[in-house]
Design a protein around this ligand. Structure first.
Ligand code: SAH
Ligand code: SF4
Ligand code: F3S
Length: 483
C-alpha cells in the first residue's frame, strides 16, 4: 500500500518540475502531499492529526500559526493531544530552562512514536539554530524526522516531502536569510484577534541575549504586504491586531523606500473595521516622539505599552548594551503618560545580571515604583553561551539572585494592584475573548490596557467589544457587569 503511494508521488513529480520561485514552490509540495495524504487516509481509514507546541514568545506563536496553516492545507486535522500523527515542537532558547524542558519532552515523543510507527516528529524554532543542539538531537534522538530553524519555516512542506521520499532524518538549518516569503497559509488561534509580523530578526545585541544569533539580522516587511494581510484578516472577522517585532520602533529602516514605525501605525489606523491596535516589543532607545504623537491622536492604538526596562541601573544598562539610562527610561515613560494619561505599562526585568550590586538592584525597584507597572515579567539571568555576558567574570551567586527576585516580585505585585485599583468602578470597553474556564456562566475579556475582566455573559459575545463596569478589582483582574 505504502509503495503505491510513493509511486503516486513520483508520478506527479515527473509530470512537472518543482518551481524555483516562492511561494509557488511550497504550494507545489503541498499539492504533492495532499495526494499522499489522500492515500494515507485510505490506508488507515481515518484522518491524520497534527499538534504544534509553542515554547517561546509571540513571534514564535505566530510562526506556529504558519506551521498549522501549512499542515491544514496538506490535509492534517488539528488535535490538542501530542499523541498525533505529526507533532512539531517550535522551540525557544532565550533562557536555559526553556531548553531543558524541550529535551525532556522530545524523549516523551519518542515513547509515543513507538506506539504509532507512522508518527512524524519535527523540531524547529530558535533552539535549532544552535549547532550543539542539532548535534545532540542527531546523536541521542534518532527518531526525530525533520529539523529546521527560524529562517526557513516557510519550507516545511518541502522538508516533509523530502522526509517521505528519502526515508532519512531531514535537517535543514540556514545561518541567515534576507528572504521574506509572503502569501503562505496561516491558521489563526483566535477568530477575532491576530498577530502580524512587521519585521524579523534583531540588530541590538543586548549582551545577555541570544535572539540576534538565532533570528538573524533585522528585516522589515513591506508596508503594502502588512496592510494587505491586515485587511484580509479584518475581512475575516479580526478586530484586534498586534504588530510583532523584536524592536518595532526601528521598523522600516532597512526597506528600499524607508518607512517609519509612526507612519506604519498611521497606515494601519486607516484599515476600516479594525478596532484595536497593539504592538510588541518597542525598545526604549528607539521610542520616538512621532510615535507618541501618533498614539496620542489614535482611536485604535490600545492604552497599554509593554516597555522592557531589563534593569533600573544606568551602570548595568550600559553593560547590557541597552543604550539608555535610568533617567532616559523614566523620562520616556513620563512623555508617554503625558500624551496618554490612561496608559498602563508592563515590562521585562532581568535579575542577577553579571556584576549586579545591591545598589543596582535598588535602582530597579525604584523604577518599578516610579513607573507603577501593571505587571512585569521577571526573569533570573540565564547564561547563554555565545553572548558577551556569558563570559563576564562577576556572575551573581544564585542565592543572591533568587533573594532579589523574590523581593522584586513583591514590589511588582504591590505596584500592579495599586494600578488596577485606580480603575475600579469605571465603565470600559472590553473585547470578549473566551468562555470562562472555571465558571460557565461567565465570559472573559480584555481591556484596552490589557487587564482581564470576568463577567456574566454568553458565548455569543465572544469576539465583540462591549461596555463593562469594573465592579470589583481583584488585584490583577476585575469582576465586572455588562452595561
Ligand atoms: N526584543 C525584546 C525582548 C525579547 S526576549 C526586547 O528587547 O525587549 C524577552 C525577554 O527575555 C527580554 O526582554 C529579557 O527580559 C528576557 N531575556 C532575554 N535574554 C535573557 C537571559 N539571558 N536571561 C534572562 N532573561 C533574558
Ligand atoms: Fe534581545 Fe535586545 Fe534584541 Fe530584545 S532588543 S531581542 S533583548 S538583543
Ligand atoms: Fe525564544 Fe526565539 Fe522568541 S529564543 S523568546 S522564541 S525569538
Amino acid at each position: 500500500m505504502k509503495e503505491n503511494m510513493m509511486d503516486l508521488i513520483s508520478r506527479i513529480d515527473v509530470k512537472q518540475d518543482a518551481p524555483e520561485k516562492e511561494p509557488e514552490r511550497q504550494y507545489y509540495f503541498m499539492d504533492l502531499l495532499k495526494n499522499w495524504m489522500a492515500a494515507e487516509k485510505e490506508r488507515l481509514g481515518r484522518d491524520l492529526t497534527f499538534n504544534v507546541q509553542t515554547f517561546g514568545c509571540q513571534m514564535n506563536a505566530k510562526d506556529s500559526e504558519k506551521l498549522a496553516g501549512i499542515l491544514e492545507t496538506i490535509g492534517y486535522v488539528a488535535t490538542d493531544s501530542e499523541a498525533a500523527d505529526f507533532v512539531i515542537y517550535n522551540t525557544c532558547t532565550v533562557r536555559e530552562n526553556a531548553n531543558t524542558r524541550v529535551y525532556g519532552r522530545i524523549g516523551y515523543l519518542g515513547n509515543l512514536k513507538k506506539k504509532n510507527p507512522d508518527m512524524k516528529i519535527a523540531l524547529c524554532g530558535c533552539m535549532m539554530q544552535e549547532e550543539h543542539v542539532v548535534a545532540k538531537i542527531k546523536e541521542s534522538y534518532r527518531f526525530v524526522d525533520v529539523i529546521f530553524g527560524t529562517h526557513n519555516i516557510f519550507k516545511m512542506a518541502e522538508l516533509i516531502y523530502d522526509r517521505l521520499t528519502s526515508k532519512k532524518m531531514v535537517v535543514d538549518i540556514w545561518k541567515e536569510t534576507d528572504k521574506i516569503v509572503e502569501e503562505l497559509p496561516s491558521e489563526r488561534k483566535f477568530e477575532f484577534k491576530a498577530g502580524v509580523n512587521i519585521m524579523y530578526g534583531c540588530n541590538n545585541f543586548c549582551s545577555y541575549c541570544i535572539v540576534p544569533y538565532v533570528r538573524g539580522r533585522e528585516r522589515s516587511r513591506n508596508p503594502e504586504d502588512i496592510i494587505k494581510e491586515i485587511e484580509g484578516m479584518v475581512a475575516n472577522g479580526v478586530v484586534e491586531i498586534m504588530l510583532l517585532g523584536q524592536n518595532v520602533n526601528s521598523y522600516g529602516k532597512t526597506l528600499e523606500n524607508p518607512v517609519t514605525f509612526a507612519q506604519l501605525l498611521q497606515m494601519v489606523e486607516k484599515v476600516e473595521g479594525l478596532r484595536r491596535i497593539r504592538f510588541m516589543t518597542p525598545h526604549p532607545k528607539d521610542f520616538s516622539d512621532d510615535v507618541i504623537e501618533v498614539m496620542k491622536n489614535s482611536e485604535k492604538i490600545c492604552s497599554h505599552i509593554h516597555l522592557p526596562v531589563q534593569s533600573g541601573s544606568t551602570n548595568l544598562l550600559k553593560i547590557m548594551n541597552r543604550k539608555y539610562t535610568k533617567e532616559d527610561y523614566l523620562n520616556l515613560v513620563d512623555r508617554i503618560k503625558a500624551a496618554m494619561p490612561h496608559a498602563s505599562f508592563t515590562t521585562d526585568i532581568i535579575v542577577g545580571f553579571p556584576g549586579e550590586t545591591e545598589e543596582d538592584f535598588e535602582d530597579t525597584l525604584d523604577v518599578v515604583r516610579k513607573v507603577g507597572y501593571e505587571a512585569a515579567y521577571t526573569f533570573l539571568y540565564s547564561k547563554r553561551s555565545g553572548t558577551p555576558a556569558a563570559t563576564m567574570e562577576n556572575q551573581v551567586p544564585e542565592e543572591v539572585a533568587k533573594e532579589r527576585f523574590n523581593r522584586l516580585l513583591k514590589v511588582v505585585q504591590e505596584s500592579g494592584s495599586k494600578r488596577a485599583m485606580e480603575d475600579e468602578g469605571k465603565v470600559m470597553e472590553v473585547l470578549v475573548e473566551e468562555k470562562n474556564s472555571q465558571d460557565g456562566t461567565l465570559v472573559t475579556g480584555r481591556l484596552s490596557n490589557n487587564l482581564l475582566v470576568h463577567f456574566k455573559g454568553g458565548e455569543e459575545l465572544i469576539g465583540q467589544i462591549v461596555n463593562v463596569k469594573l465592579s470589583e478589582c481583584k488585584g490583577f483582574y476585575y469582576i465586572g457587569e455588562l452595561v
